[in-house]
Design a protein around this ligand. Sequence first.
Ligand SMILES: [Fe+2]
Length: 191
Amino acid sequence: MQQEVPGQQTGVTVDFDRYPNAQQLLKRCQDFFAEVENLTPGRDLEVYLNENYGPGNGVYEDLCSLTRKGVEEGWAADVEISGPNYRRSKLAVPSEATRFFSITTVYFNSQEEFSGQHHSHPYGEINCVVQIDPTAELKGMQGWKTAWTSPGPGTHHYPQSRGGAVVALFFLPAGRISYSANPDDPQPASL
Ligand SMILES: [Fe+2]
């Protein structure tokens, strides 16, 4: 399995010619972007997504099932960050084709609370929670979630998981993410 170089931003790591399901996931992400591109990450969007794009919604179900296939087929979240239980892959860097969102998958597998790499999102983040185990959860700025989180612009956090295996399929406006924020820095007024 590939190993990530600490601190290094990666380009696209997925071989789309080899994996039709990766192409399909990219297409469904594009469909989702067409619907949400004018909305701003943050608390209100998190509520909106959990109410309108949760289980039973076609786009959400496809994002989840295709990401799970990606884990099985070995193209989603296949690059180790720190061992086999914390892995990542990059599906897209910002471009016109993705309305200038980046697309990344991160795999977490821990029953106990696990904290990943502290980071900030200068323009916010939209994060689709893809449960591998039905008890798994991810923590956003509004607490533990099983479908969507959306930290607002300028927020910073340790990405946290618990309850088993889960994938964060996340979208960053303009691909903006920073690993230089201090955990003690104040959070912005709006989370
Ligand atoms: Fe984050």
